[in-house]
Design a protein around this ligand. Structure first.
Ligand SMILES: Cc1cc2nc3c(=O)[nH]c(=O)nc-3n(C[C@H](O)[C@H](O)[C@H](O)COP(=O)(O)OP(=O)(O)OC[C@H]3O[C@@H](n4cnc5c(N)ncnc54)[C@H](O)[C@@H]3O)c2cc1C
Length: 433
């Protein structure tokens, strides 16, 4: 290892296991390391698979680039370095009644990572993706040049960088339009539903009345129970005083034995979820509603040493979702946590942005070797047959064909990939260019 380098971190799913080195960046003005070896920016590694991995090469840790550069509290415009997390942004801006316009299911993601995966949240039906709210960003290219791009400057490079998986260069800072909110609390409601038809009704009505909507689906239900779940909807609430700091309730200190996530435990977890307290509207902190899993530190360790593989796809509608759920349930491998949401027709700005109009389903499987990969391949087949796509941020194994079928703009994107940047994901899916 060269001076300043350490052993590299892993991704959230902890699959694949790779050897990579890490180099921490201290200042946004620092040049890239010299040489020709391919590099890859790394935020907090909350991507599940290999978009944040650079096997046998170095990753550039961005987390020290966490300075707030400017905050206009009247207009809600924030400029910050790319290693700031969305949680840190919210803590700074909520007292001024501004909030990140889009947040994923965890607050532990960096702003750079949120741009590079063009992340979506429970408010996609209104806000679209994160990249839509970026006013400008600075990109450090492999040849050492710095390019400011945005919706009206260097737009081709901007469209390649939003959802560009860290392959167009290092984002050093981002200027973001925040969303105006009434206060730091949320009014939320949980409504059980019996199947996908009822989910469709609930989402159609709730998307009109609620800023955030999402559903948990019972991943083990079969037959007439297939597609049952609980629908969650929420709005920012008025008043209510200061928000308590987000709390870490417990942390998983070591890898669970591989047998822990056995079928009976998955069944028990899904049964507990099914009996989630409901009835009426509740007032919850923003953290609790938008990032419930953050209460348990390192929960990915529950999946044991063989890791966790998530399959998130977007497909046109209920028929495909029904087929995906049935394929998973019939495999006997049962998804631990299954999440369903609809994407609206708000356009995504990036060439490789994942969201498009349709239904998005996320399924979590403990890594069990060949049977898990066979199931994931089958799920890809269903997605391809319905003209859908698989989310790179959650992926560790999709084929070149699945990638190209899902992302027809891949060739236009490839033209913008900086020769100095690469990742395990890109080397796997790009095929012959
Ligand atoms: C519990 C949980 C819930 C989640 N929920 C959602 C969700 O609801 N919606 C959703 O869309 N995603 C979701 N995700 C995925 C997560 O939001 C994305 O993977 C996010 O991009 C991770 O950000 P990060 O900072 O950890 O980036 P990393 O995972 O470290 O990197 C992600 C990508 O960004 C690139 N990158 C990072 N920083 C920079 C930079 N400064 N310049 C250029 N490229 C950079 C990397 O090279 C890599 O390609 C969830 C993840 C978890 C663990």
């Amino acid at each position: 290892m060269a001076p300043g380098e350490t052993a590299g971190p892993s991704s959230w799913g902890r699959y694949p296991h790779v050897d990579q080195r890490a180099l921490a960046l201290a200042w946004a003005s620092d040049p890239l390391p010299e040489g020709t070896e391919p590099l890859l920016p790394y935020g907090l590694g909350r991507s599940y698979g290999d978009v944040c991995l650079n096997p046998d090469g170095p990753v550039l840790l961005t987390r020290e680039l966490r300075r707030f550069l400017a905050f206009d509290t009247q207009a809600g415009v924030l400029r910050c370095e790319a290693g700031c997390t969305l949680g840190e942004v919210a803590e700074l801006t909520l007292p001024h009644r501004w909030f990140p316009p889009v947040v994923p299911g965890t607050r532990f993601v960096t702003v750079g990572g949120a741009v590079a995966n063009d992340v979506h949240g429970k408010n996609h039906h209104r806000a679209g993706t994160f990249g839509r709210h970026v006013r400008a960003l600075e990109l450090l290219r492999g040849d050492g040049t710095r390019v400011v791009c945005g919706p009206s400057a260097n737009t081709d490079l901007f469209r390649a960088t939003v959802g560009g998986l860290g392959l167009t260069g290092l984002i050093t800072w981002v200027e973001l339009q925040l969303a105006s909110v009434m206060g730091p609390w949320m009014e939320v409601e949980a409504v059980p539903f019996s199947g996908l038809d009822r989910f469709a009704e609930l989402t159609a009505t709730s998307d009109q009345t609620h800023a955030y909507t999402v559903a948990w689906v019972d991943g083990l239900a079969r037959g007439t129970a297939l597609g049952r779940g609980i629908f969650f909807r929420g709005n920012h609430a008025e008043g209510g005083g200061d928000l308590p700091a987000p709390r870490l309730r417990l942390s998983v200190p070591f890898d669970a034995p591989d047998a822990l996530l056995s079928a009976p435990l998955i069944r028990a977890f899904n049964a507990v979820y099914r009996h989630w307290p409901r009835g009426g509207t509740k007032r919850l902190s923003t953290w609790k509603f938008l990032h419930p899993l953050d209460a348990v530190g390192n929960w990915n360790r529950l999946y044991g040493s063989r890791g966790l593989l998530q399959h998130q796809s977007v497909v046109p509608g209920p028929e495909a979702v029904q087929e995906l759920l049935a394929t998973a349930a019939d495999s006997g491998q049962g998804s631990f946590l299954t999440v369903l949401k609809t994407f609206s027709d708000v356009p995504s700005p990036g060439l490789l942005s994942f969201p498009r109009p349709g239904w998005t389903l996320a399924l979590d499987f403990p890594g069990r070797g060949a049977p898990t990969f066979a199931l994931l391949e089958k799920l890809d087949g269903v997605v391809r047959a319905h003209g859908g796509r698989v989310y790179p941020a959650k992926d560790a194994r999709m084929s070149v064909d699945t990638f190209r079928a899902g992302y027809p703009e891949w060739r236009a994107f490839a033209a913008h990939v900086d020769a100095r940047f690469s990742s395990g994901f890109w080397r796997r899916v790009r095929g012959e260019l």
